[in-house]
Design a binder for this molecule. Sequence first.
Ligand SMILES: Cc1ncc(COP(=O)(O)O)c(C=O)c1O
Length: 314
Amino acid sequence: MARIQAARHVIDPIFLDTPLYRCEALEAALGCSVSIKLESVNPVRSFKARGTELVASQLADRGERAVVCASAGNLGQALAWSGRGRGLDVAVVTARSAPAAKLERIRAFGASVELVDGDFDMARERAVAVARDRRIRLVEDSLDVETCEGAATIGLELVDTGPAFDAVLIALGGGALATGVGHVVKARAPEVEVICIQPLGAPAMTRSWRERRVVTTDSTDTIADGVAGRRPIAAVLDDLLLVADDAVLVREESIITGMRLLLDHAGLVVEPSAALGVAAILEDRDRFAGRHVVTILCGSNVDMDAYHRWVGIR
Ligand SMILES: Cc1ncc(COP(=O)(O)O)c(C=O)c1O
């Protein structure tokens, strides 16, 4: 907790103290009290810079010049932003299929992008090789504790500044967001239910949490590219087992309906991963009825053509 509190003094304030508000306009559609924690209104349009600010400042303090990460897109964009401000040469390895909007922004912040055939987990393998060959620091999202501590600052803002709430809905990918926020919530407000959400088409970490051992899958099939991993990291699962009360899987149709509801009732464009919380409420209204639920809207980097197709704008 002390390190997470200290992180607030390292992270650029532009990423901190993000809006947290009751979104009454969504409540009729969802049947419960809903608060939004909005993590998409910043220069990288996701929460990931909270972690990369810590990583990049440590590297700069040590006089290091270069860093590499594998990314589904948002970590890479965030590391590119944080590295640029500190004179770091940032290399990002990503799947060729990553959204063009994410790749474009990574390059715009001055990082190099290496595309691999395959998915995020193949990009992870390639990034390990790049770090070894170039003898530079590899940032491993969710495994490197700074990525979790950065995300955990969201948890501090939830418990310190928000009204009381009953549950927090957290998109689950590698697990930095869920373990970070979950750690703070369980330390400071243990009665609050910590619920992680993944798509049915990318269920590896959820299955691992349920079986209390790492379960991998052969492929993923979801529009929620930010959470589409096949190979959970054992150490992250250990942490998740300590802080998560539940992990649920949602259908693609619910993710799309969630994105549409957030546009129509909250005026917010979000990427699919950020609609997982709303999707979870849609699929289990009885569970949440009469309760106050916080959902973290964790990113809005989305290819607009795809977005328009999903939400039905012509
Ligand atoms: C928008 C968005 N939501 C959720 C996640 C999942 O976060 P984590 O990998 O920390 O579990 C990511 C990961 O990059 C993301 O970009």
